[in-house]
Each structure stands twice: as structure tokens, then as C-alpha cells.
Design a protein around this ligand. Structure first.
Ligand SMILES: [Zn+2]
Length: 420
């Protein structure tokens, strides 16, 4: 497992050789090292996804921890945070430890369990936040993602609970009265014409406004999952200017794909929050560039065909994201972010969000863990949904010409993915 990565370029533009010795970056070539020719490639710190749905336990036909971890490695990730909305829900210390152990067994990427905020995601009573944090899984991020925690008093209590151990509450911001169960299309002329339930931007921004004020009132930390609207971005900008401890996330699909894609009723484009219009897409791109949005989170949401092959209104929302995340960020944001910005939004900042900074999101310097991805900055390819480690095929980028950057992923010195 010793390597010399020869002639690679770092995010800051420096050209160097990297030496990997027993999983750590070393200052000289280790004995018996295998040489990796990285001429023309860029090394980024291993990517960290703060928002992944792995579907195990409960829906192993759509994804397992192992298949999701393989998809993560194929996408350049060395850590993924596994959302709690499995069956059963990750709402106890034992269940969080189970996810952790499945990740260790898979051995392809660090799998970090996210705990539910409320028992069974019902929004009625808090889950075992403290016990999950004190467990072997050391849970620090909590989310009911999939549903919004509507009860403001419970949200306040959750923020108070996690504050002593530096935890964070990650909210799926969707006011369920403004955007109810039938809401599945950006509120617009298109939704009206197609007869799809409208999902207005204010359903997102109103919850964000409430939650940042609760974060301020409690002095605790809140994270906004998959922000999708210009209005939501404005609220986060206001909150940050006030010094409120808030972070925000954007998905690859909200950076690239527009609401007009739903015109054909193809359920691969059904996602929650929905695809938006070009003004919103430009707003989230600009916010990612200026730091109002801190991190990219994939919201990788594998679904089996029997959950997608329905009328648009009845299909499950969600799309794959791990394998094309870096490609989409390059396509939409590399010009504004530069490689150091990409490394920040996809590695350093999400590692900090998930309290992983001891192992993940580290600079590629001597003594640091060898978590990295080798990137070809010029290769492009037409995405083919069958070229995937995921068990699901609901890939919204199928048939689109995109960068094809990931050449090799290394986690703790082990090659977890290599493009042949
Ligand atoms: Zn969500």
C-alpha cells in the first residue's frame, strides 16, 4: 500500500511528487512503493459528502452501504455522511453503530452515520441525541431529512441538546403546509400546465428564516440541506452577516438542471426540493462561489425501478449524485471557485461541518492521512448510467456530456477506485 504519485499538481498549482507510506503522506519515497504516473493530473483532498442516502437497512434492493461506498469511491469521495431515513430509522445509538460497522466492513470510504432528530422521523419526540453522540458512532450531525422538522419548539430543544458537544442540526427546509405531500414541481407556469403540485420558494426560505433565528436564540449550530432558491440564499446571507452559526449546502443537480426537464414527466427528474428556474440556479451558483453556500452535498438518493416507474406525482423523489458530483461542480463552478475553492466546498468545509477534521478535509502535506482523489482536468465523456457502482440507475445526467475527472481515489493509502 506504499505509493509514489509522480508529477501531480496540488490545488494551489504547485507541481510535486506525493509519497504514501502506510496510509500517511511521507517526506520520502517509501520502500517497495508502486509508482503512479500523475503527469497532467490534479490531486484534491478526498471529497466528503455531508448528505448521502445509502438505503441500508431496509431497501437493499436500491443501495447497500457497500454499493453506496463503492459509488462514493468512484466519485472521488473518502467520506460520506449517511442520512438517517432508512428502515428502520437511525434514531438510537445501536442503529448508528450498526451503520458505522457496515461502513467499516465495506472498507471503501469512511461512512459517518447521521442520527435522526426525532424518533422514527415523526417530528413528535426527540431521538437519543446524547446517546448517539456518546456511542462508538460518535454522531455529531442530526437530521430528519426527507421530512422537515416543523415543530419549532422541538427544533429549539434539539439545537439546545447538541450545543454542549458541538453537534449540528441539519434541516430539510420545507414548510409542509406551503409545500405539502403533493408538491413536486417548482411553483410556476410549468407546474400549472402539467398539473403537478406546486412547491413555492417561500416554503424553503420561511423555514430557513425560522431556523437561523432559533440558532441565534440558542447559540447553537444549524445546517441547511440542499438549498435551492434565491430567497433561501438571501436569508442565509443575512444570517451570516449577523454572525449566526449557519452553514448551507447545494446539490450538484440544483447547480445544473432546470425545472423544464420535468416537461416530459420523466420521473428521474423528480427530486425534493424540485429543480428550479435559471434565476435560482444562478443564485445558488453565485452563493457557492462567494461562500454563502459552504458545501456541496450530493443528496445521492438511489431508488429501485418500482419506486420510480409511476405517474410523476406518485413516484419517489430523488436522484443519484455521488459519481457525477465533482463533474457537475467543475462544469458549473470551477471557473469561479478555482481548484482551491473546489477543495474547500467539497472536502475541507464538509469535513468541518461533520466534525471529521481529524481525518478528512486535510491539506495534502507530510504527516496527513493519504485521502485524495486524482483528477483529470480536461477529460470529458457522455454520462452512461450503467457505468456505475450504485445498485440504482436513476441518474439524471445520463446522456449529458460532462467532465470525466476521477482517475483514482485513495482512502488512508488504499486505492479504492481506479479508472481503467
Ligand atoms: Zn432532503
Amino acid at each position: 500500500m506504499n505509493h509514489v504519485i509522480a508529477g501531480v499538481q496540488l490545488p494551489n498549482g504547485t507541481r510535486t511528487d506525493l509519497y504514501v507510506h502506510d496510509g500517511v503522506l511521507a517526506d520520502e519515497a517509501p520502500p517497495g512503493a508502486e509508482r503512479i504516473d500523475a503527469e497532467g493530473l490534479i490531486a484534491l483532498p478526498g471529497l466528503v459528502d455531508p448528505h448521502t442516502h445509502l438505503r441500508e437497512p431496509g431497501r437493499e434492493d436500491a443501495e447497500t452501504v457497500e454499493s453506496g461506498a463503492a459509488a462514493a469511491a468512484q466519485g472521488g469521495f473518502t467520506a460520506v455522511c449517511a442520512m438517517a431515513n432508512t428502515q428502520p430509522v437511525t434514531d438510537t445509538a445501536e442503529k448508528a453503530e450498526h451503520i458505522l460497522d457496515l461502513g467499516v466492513t465495506a472498507g471503501l470510504t469512511q461512512v459517518v452515520p447521521i442520527g435522526a432528530i426525532t424518533q422514527n422521523l415523526e417530528g413528535k419526540a426527540l431521538a437519543e441525541l446524547g446517546l448517539m453522540n456518546r456511542s462508538r458512532a460518535k454522531v455529531t450531525m442530526f437530521s430528519d431529512d426527507g421530512v422537515c422538522l416543523m415543530d419549532a419548539q422541538l427544533m429549539r430543544r434539539a439545537l439546545e441538546w447538541v450545543k454542549p458537544f458541538g453537534g449540528v442540526i441539519a434541516q430539510h427546509a420545507q414548510d409542509s403546509n406551503l409545500a405539502g405531500p403533493g408538491a413536486c414541481c417548482h411553483e410556476s407556469e410549468i407546474a400549472g400546465r402539467l398539473g403537478l403540485g406546486p412547491w413555492p420558494p417561500v416554503a424553503e426560505s420561511a423555514i430557513i428564516a425560522r431556523d437561523v433565528q432559533l440558532a441565534e436564540a440558542t447559540g447553537s449550530r444549524v445546517h441547511v440541506c440542499h438549498i435551492s432558491t434565491a430567497e433561501g440564499v438571501e436569508v442565509v446571507r443575512w444570517a451570516k452577516a449577523r454572525g449566526i452559526d449557519v452553514t448551507a449546502e447545494v446539490t450538484p443537480h440544483h447547480l445544473l438542471l432546470g425545472t423544464e426537464l420535468v416537461e416530459g414527466y420523466d420521473t428521474v427528474y423528480k427530486v425534493n426540493p424540485p429543480l428550479r428556474t435559471s434565476e435560482h440556479i444562478e443564485a445558488v451558483r453565485e452563493a457557492l462561489a462567494d461562500g454563502t453556500i459552504d458545501v456541496v452535498g450530493t443528496d445521492h438518493a438511489p431508488h429501485a425501478p418500482q419506486d420510480k416507474d409511476h405517474a410523476f406525482a406518485d413516484a419517489r423523489p430523488g436522484m443519484l449524485g455521488l459519481e457525477q458530483a465533482l463533474a457537475v461542480v467543475m462544469e458549473t463552478s470551477l471557473e469561479r471557485l478555482g481548484w482551491e475553492g473546489v477543495a474547500d466546498r467539497m472536502s475541507h468545509a464538509p469535513a468541518k461541518l461533520a466534525s471529521l477534521t481529524a481525518q478528512q478535509g486535510r491539506p495534502l502535506t507530510v504527516g496527513e492521512p493519504a485521502n485524495l482523489v486524482l483528477v483529470d482536468p480536461t477529460a470529458r465523456a457522455t454520462v452512461n448510467r450503467t457505468d456505475s457502482s450504485s445498485l440504482s440507475r436513476n441518474n439524471p445526467y445520463h446522456g449529458i456530456d460532462l467532465p470525466d475527472p476521477v482517475r483514482l481515489t485513495m482512502w488512508r493509502g488504499k486505492v479504492t477506485y481506479a479508472k481503467d
